[in-house]
Write a protein that binds this ligand. Structure first.
Ligand code: TXA
Ligand code: MG
Length: 542
């Protein structure tokens, strides 16, 4: 499909363009329109076929309802079963503007538009171009944000082009969206009224008219497994750039320290004005620290900047108050609820030891004591699934180390990588940054889940300096060789010969003991718990 691009600067001068967009919409087409919040993907809300085109263009799940955009409060009566008595005052105060109100729908609104719900969300945008296009279309317009489902919402026509070119009839470019985060969504279809999505109209502003307004749990937290979403949109992955995002709380000074420790290849930072120079990774400023409107305006554009090749990013995050609540809510979702606190970073314990010494048993003890366990060996396997790592490995060791299904032939890679010390060094140079990045993400997740600390359980920990740098304490688990021999023969169902060979290929106990702060003795006659407790308490035993 050819997507026509209309640049609309002035609604009176560009009248013919407005009429053209209106006509396309009247005829069942899909047009991206600018609003004061974000760009919307508009179609006739009362025309099922037209609305289905929106879902197709976005790749949006059919049960996620659309907001119906009107040109004034007087257009709402036809769309709802009955006007809620609290609605007129809300419209009077906040319309046109970034407030969406949900009420029971009338039969006029097709089920496709309401995602099968018996309610409808209505909003009257204040952007002059949006307003003019709704009037020119002469029908209410269903319009979700004009991004591919799951991506950050578009606040500039170029964002819409990136996501929608070739998928829709037309893009009306009305410049950059002033507010930058989507409208506040409240429902009057239940009592007490509920805030489903924070936006430019803040809870404080609403409370004057809706003193009993409550905030839906989904504003601050992930939906619990099996729970029903008050707003279906909250079920889905949201606002996600291709990079993995972590919110970073804390002072600038501590944020810089945190990023210096956790950053590295592929990492970027989103920060406040005047801060970019302080970080040792690429940093994008998205607004002024105590100016929530500026942060709202810049946040989605900044998230989209990460799509230029970054794999992860730490984001300086405002307090969830006023318009800051909307910014925080969007960032929280883009980060899949990972929040790290640079002022009080979580303690990280590195746990290692030779095979068969019982690291897993000790790990389980830490877990039972409130620690979050990071399986380093698993992350090492995960890291070689990334395209960049696979490409680098293929370049180093030959294209035939990649299997037909695109996965890594681990044995072949190991044979070649361990053929010489130089080759092994290259393996580490390629894989360690990726393993480290995954580990940092897990550490942030551990903190988000309020774990007491994080334990990195990894056999090869001591051979991975960048991971060692993430650890606050290092502990090893050791056990007598003959007991380890017995354990691994049973555990891995191998012969005693094989087990012996495996053990002799490993470092002696002293290698682990001399390179760690704590030793946990885990022989058959030992009780390892007092040693593990010393790690927790910080009582070094050497
Ligand atoms: O600012 C905005 O609201 C933008 C511009 C284009 O107007 N639109 C927008 O639409 O953000 P969308 O579809 O991206 O987000 C609408 C949210 C979704 O989370 C959806 O689930 C929720 O509102 N929603 C819509 N109708 C609903 C209903 N009847 N009941 C509950 N939630 C509803
Ligand atoms: Mg959206």
């Amino acid at each position: 499909m050819n997507t026509e691009y209309l640049k609309i600067g002035d609604i009176s001068k560009d009248r013919p363009l407005i009429e053209k967009a209106g006509e396309t919409l009247r005829n069942g087409g899909v047009v991206a329109i600018p609003t004061e919040t974000v760009y919307g993907l508009a179609a006739n809300a009362l025309d099922e076929t037209a609305v289905k085109k929106i879902f197709a263009a976005k790749g949006r799940p059919a049960d996620n309802p659309l907001i119906v955009h009107v040109s004034g409060a007087e257009d709402v009566a036809a769309l709802v079963e009955r006007i809620d008595p609290r609605f007129p005052a809300l419209a009077e105060k906040f319309w046109p503007g970034p407030l969406t109100v949900i009420m029971k729908k009338s039969a006029l609104v097709p089920d496709v538009t309401s995602g099968g719900l018996d309610t409808v969300a209505v909003r009257c945008p204040s952007h002059p171009v949006a307003h003019a296009i709704i009037e020119a279309a002469g029908v209410p317009l269903a319009a979700p944000s004009a991004n591919i489902s799951g991506k950050p919402s578009p606040t500039k026509a170029e964002h819409v082009l990136a996501d929608m070119q070739g998928r829709i009839d037309m893009i009306a470019d009305g410049g950059s969206c002033e507010i930058g985060v989507e409208s506040t969504v409240i429902t009057l279809a239940e009592n007490p009224p509920r805030l489903l999505r924070p936006g430019g109209v803040t809870p404080g502003m609403l409370k004057e008219l809706l003193p009993d307004l409550v905030t839906d749990k989904s504003v601050f937290s992930a939906l619990e497994k099996g729970a029903k979403a008050a707003s279906p949109g909250m079920k889905y992955k949201h606002y996600s750039p291709s990079a993995e995002v972590v919110l970073l709380k804390g002072t600038l000074e501590n944020a810089v320290k945190y990023v210096n420790r956790h950053g590295g290849e592929g990492c970027a930072v989103l920060c406040y004005e005047g801060e970019a120079q302080k970080f040792n990774v690429p940093a994008f400023e998205y607004g002024r620290e105590n100016d929530m409107l500026s942060l709202a305006h810049g946040v989605f554009d900044a998230l989209r900047k990460l799509d230029s090749g970054f794999t992860r990013a730490y984001v300086r995050t405002p307090e969830p108050e006023g318009v800051g609540l909307a910014v925080y809510n969007r960032l929280l979702r883009s980060a899949a609820f990972r929040v790290a606190d640079a002022d009080n970073p979580i303690e990280v314990i590195g746990l290692t030891g030779p095979t068969g010494a019982g690291k897993s048993t000790v790990s389980k003890y830490f877990k039972d004591n409130g620690y979050y366990i990071i399986d380093g060996d698993l992350l090492a396997r995960e890291a070689v699934k990334s395209g960049t790592v696979l490409r680098a490995l293929a370049e180093e060791y030959g294209a035939d180390i990649i299997n037909e299904d695109g996965s890594l032939d681990r044995r072949k890679t190991a044979d070649r990588a361990f053929a010489s010390p130089e080759k092994t060094k290259r393996l580490n140079e390629i894989t360690h940054p990726a393993i480290c990045a995954l580990t940092s993400m897990e550490i942030a997740k551990a903190q988000s889940e309020n774990a007491r600390g994080a334990v990195i359980d990894a056999a090869a920990l001591l051979e991975c300096p960048p991971i060692l740098a993430l650890c606050d304490k290092l502990a090893c688990v050791i056990a007598p060789a003959e007991e380890r021999l017995q354990r691994i023969t049973v555990r891995d169902s191998i012969t005693e010969e094989q087990a012996k060979r495996r053990i002799s290929a490993q470092h002696p106990d002293d290698y682990y003991i001399s390179r760690t702060d704590y030793t946990i003795h885990n022989g058959i006659n030992d009780d390892f718990r007092p040693d593990a407790d010393k790690v927790i308490a910080g009582e070094r035993n050497k």
